[in-house]
Every structure is written in structure tokens, then in C-alpha cells.
Design a binder for this molecule. Structure first.
Ligand code: SAH
Length: 466
């Protein structure tokens, strides 16, 4: 570690910057977040600099930095975008005892500015000793996504409450209080009522913890998407991470379940569409049982929970039991499948509506508005189609659909073993049989893979079949 990371108190201290162009502005956007007294020297200042000076955010001198200008400065930035001028400024500043940073000159600098994730008062600094700025930016992006924008507000309210939390004995009980605040009650209060709600939420939580009562449980119904963990929403990721209990169906992939905490109870409810599974009644009972004990239950459903997911029955059970719930949307298989073939579900001049159908339901094959679907230009996403292909094909042809209507079957959408089979209505059933699909599959009726992708995908699908 050649560069030692520290957090320097710059309140009431001077930070001096030399330069008036783009590099100077980029650094100043960062520096102006601090409480330092900022002075800028620029012979030709950009308009933003003049504005910031007028707003009283910095002192601006429209001339080059001269001897005496860096006196008592804690830090000096040379951002002139001119090597000779940067060297001159750096030498002057060093002579006056300041630490110097020359923008984009690692070797000539005494210190470097890290990539920063700002959730003031929580600040994360990322440095790679100049070796890999791209990597630093990627890590920053990952942390930005992982840390809620509310974190700063939560930490500020938490800091103001520290003295009161000392009513709890130091150690396990106080740690449990803070964990519950940062992981659950804080974010929930912030999401529903904003920053003003935090002190009251802290007080309530403290009372609960003083009385050693567990908070009320809750159930989040979450769409886990088609399988690729990167297709989860951030909200879903956070809820999975906070869950005490995760109840999932068979469509949810191991990569997604890995995101749960090690202590979380994971229950495989085994449902895949209407296939063999834990009974719906048993799942309903499980949701209530865990949440009633105070657990944060995450009910993970493949795709979007609102599409062929028996969501209403579960919500009704949970509401009847007086348990709070939320629904977090996910990417349904139809969206991901359409994306995989480079098409769009609706298209001007072709179809202004699109239908989501199921091939069969609890009672068997599902009847649909076949006559409507048989008209030219119709698009439908047909779920749970593997056993129903012959039925769907027969019904559509019987109602006069063109046998040459494009049909695309997509298996294991978004997963490493995704397969795409481009066919036609007339060939749907035989081609599906031949393909002997093992994973979940969806039919996009009325859509073929975009021409640019078709050759590639049909041949790879054929290869996979050999
Ligand atoms: N709620 C889910 C659908 C559940 S019904 C969603 O929004 O996607 C189960 C059916 O969804 C499967 O039979 C299959 O037709 C489809 N499906 C779900 N995930 C899939 C995937 N990764 N690839 C292909 N089809 C999928």
C-alpha cells in the first residue's frame, strides 16, 4: 500500500485549486461537497466558476497562482491541463507546505483522490493506486447500487439517536437494535414517510427492543425474473438480502437463492406453473406461520409474481392474517424472451395489443379467444405450453390461422442453457416434440427472431438438438 487512505478533516481549512477548465470543474464538484474554504486561481475561468464564486461557494482569483497563494493550504490541486503550469504550481505549493495533487499525474502527486461513494456521513473511498481507474469506477457503480440512497439520512438520524440507544446494554442487544434499524425499520420508515419519520421509528424500535419484543413480520412477494440474477431489480436484491425466510418456486435459479443470507431459512415450494408441488394451502399456511412469528418472509416467484403466479390467493391469505405485504415486480418470461430474439411485443401497424396466455390451467387445457388470435398480425406469449402445444396449434389452425405464422419457442430464457427454436404454427407441435425441452419454455406466437439473429439462433438451436 503506497498510498495510505485517511479521512482528512478539512472544516475551516483551505483547499486551493489552480485551473479553470474541465479538469478543474470535475475536481471542484467533489471538493465543493466538503466544508473546506475553497480558493481557485484561474486566468481564464469557465462560466461555472464565476457562478460558484457569485454564490459564495468559493473564492475566485482570475489570475495564475503566485507565491504566497498557497499559504496555510491543507491541499493544493494543480488542474491546469498544462504540464509546465502544473509543475510550476506544484513547486510553489510544496514550498509553502501544502500536499499537492496534479490531476492525471500520479508520479508528480503527493496524494490522489479516490473514487467516492457519497452517502454522507457514510463515505466509501476506492483507490487502485492509479493502476485501474476503470476498475475503481466499476466498484463504485456496484457500491452505488448496493447502498440505498437513503443510507446517508439513516446514518444521520442514527447518529443523533446514539445516546438514547445506550439505554440498551452494550453488546448483543444494542447491536441487534442497530441492525434492525439499518436493515428494516429505518429503510421502511424512510420509504413510506421520508426522513422526518426516522426519529419516531427509532423511538418505537427502541421501546420494542427494551421490552425484547420482536417487530411485526411481513411478506414481500417478489418477481425473481427469468433466471439470470442480473435481471433482478435492486429492490428485489435488497429484500432477498434482508429476508429471514425465503419461500421460492422451482423457476427460481440457484444463483438468485445464493443472494440470501446464510442464516436465512430457504424453503423450496416446488411450484412450476401448475405442475406438481407443495399444495397452495401449505404455501399459504407457511407464509402466515413465519410472518406471525416476526419473520421477514420473501416469497420468490419466477418471472413476475403477477403473471400466472397465483398471487392473489397468497395476498388474500396474508391480508386476512393482518400481515403487511408488498409486491416487487420482476421481468416476466415473455419480456425476456422477446428481448432474446431482438423483437418487440407490440409494433405500430402490426399489433396494438398483445396477449399473455396459458396453455393449460388447473382444469386442463385452457380455452382462449382462438378466433381473435387466428387473425393476421396477432402476437401472444404462451406460457406453460410444453404439454399443450398440440392443443394450441390445433385450435388456432381450426380457427383459420395461417399455418405459416411465425412461432418462436424459447427455453430457459436468460440462462446459460437458453435455446431458441424458430418455427411456424404448422410445425409447432412436431418441432417441440423433437426438441425434447427439459427446462421451462415459452412460445412467442406471431414473432420470429429478428432476421439478423435468425440464422445464428436456429443453427445453434439445431446444434443443441443433435
Ligand atoms: N410468473 C412467471 C410465469 C409462471 S408460469 C413469469 O412471469 O414468467 C410458468 C411458465 O412461465 C413456464 O411454464 C414457462 O412457460 C414460463 N417461464 C418462466 N420462466 C421461464 C424461463 N426462464 N424460460 C422460459 N419460460 C419461462
Amino acid at each position: 500500500m503506497k498510498h495510505f487512505p485517511i479521512f482528512l478533516n478539512v472544516e475551516h481549512r483551505r483547499i486551493v485549486l489552480s485551473g479553470g477548465g474541465a479538469a478543474a470543474l470535475a475536481k471542484l464538484r467533489l471538493i465543493l461537497k466538503t466544508k473546506a474554504e475553497v480558493t481557485v486561481f484561474a486566468a481564464d475561468p469557465a462560466p461555472e466558476l464565476t457562478r460558484w464564486a457569485e454564490e459564495g461557494r468559493l473564492a475566485l482569483h482570475s489570475r495564475p497562482l503566485a507565491p504566497g497563494d498557497a499559504t496555510a493550504a491543507a491541499l493544493v490541486y494543480a488542474a491546469n491541463e498544462d504540464a509546465a503550469e502544473d509543475d510550476r504550481v506544484a513547486a510553489l505549493a510544496r514550498a509553502e507546505g501544502a500536499l499537492v495533487n496534479i490531476v492525471d499525474d500520479l508520479a508528480g502527486s503527493d496524494f490522489i483522490t479516490p473514487a467516492i461513494v457519497d452517502r454522507d456521513p457514510v463515505t466509501v473511498a476506492i483507490g487502485t493506486e492509479g493502476a485501474a481507474p476503470v476498475l475503481a469506477r466499476r466498484i463504485k457503480a456496484q457500491l452505488e447500487a448496493a447502498l440505498s440512497p437513503a443510507l446517508g439520512a439513516l446514518a444521520q438520524a442514527g447518529k443523533a439517536f446514539r445516546a438514547r440507544a445506550e439505554a440498551l446494554p452494550a453488546g448483543r442487544r444494542r447491536r441487534a437494535f442497530w441492525a434492525a434499524y439499518y436493515e428494516k425499520s429505518g429503510p421502511l420508515a424512510f420509504a413510506s414517510e421520508g426522513v422526518e419519520a426516522l426519529p419516531a421509528a427509532l423511538s418505537r424500535l427502541l421501546e420494542d427492543h427494551l421490552a425484547e419484543r420482536a417487530g411485526p413480520g411481513r411478506v414481500d412477494f417478489i418477481g425473481a425474473g427469468p433466471g439470470d440474477p442480473e435481471l433482478l431489480t435492486l429492490k428485489a436484491r435488497k429484500a432477498i438480502d434482508a429476508a429471514d425466510v425465503v419461500i421460492h418456486d422451482r423457476l427460481v435459479t440457484p444463483g438468485i437463492l445464493e443472494l440470501a443470507r446464510r442464516e436465512a431459512v430457504i424453503v423450496d415450494a416446488g411450484k412450476e406453473g401448475f405442475g406438481p408441488s407443495t399444495t397452495q394451502e401449505a404455501i399459504n399456511a407457511m407464509l402466515v406461520e413465519h410472518a406471525a412469528k416476526g419473520a421477514h418472509v420473501v416469497r420468490l416467484k419466477g418471472g413476475d409474481a403477477t403473471v400466472f403466479g397465483r398471487l392473489d390467493e397468497e395476498i388474500e391469505t396474508v391480508t386476512e392474517a393482518g400481515i403487511e405485504f408488498s409486491v416487487i415486480p420482476g421481468i416476466t418470461a415473455a419480456s425476456a424472451a422477446t428481448a432474446a430474439i431482438g423483437q418487440s411485443l407490440t409494433r405500430r401497424g402490426r399489433n396494438a395489443s398483445v396477449r399473455f396466455l396459458t396453455g393449460h390451467d388447473m382444469k386442463g387445457f385452457a380455452e382462449q379467444d382462438w378466433a381473435g388470435l387466428a387473425r393476421p398480425g396477432q402476437v401472444a406469449a404462451i406460457y406453460m405450453v410444453k404439454k399443450a402445444a398440440r392443443f394450441v396449434q390445433g385450435r388456432l389452425m381450426m380457427h383459420g390461422a395461417d399455418p405459416a405464422t411465425p412461432v418462436t419457442v424459447i427455453e430457459n430464457v436468460s440462462r446459460p442453457d437458453q435455446r431458441i427454436l424458430a418455427t411456424t404454427l404448422a410445425r409447432l407441435d412436431p418441432d417441440l416434440r423433437e426438441a425434447a425441452l427439459a427446462g421451462p419454455a415459452l412460445v412467442l406466437y406471431g414473432l420470429a427472431p429478428r432476421a439478423a439473429l435468425a440464422a445464428l439462433e436456429t443453427s445453434s438451436a439445431k446444434e443443441a438438438l443433435q
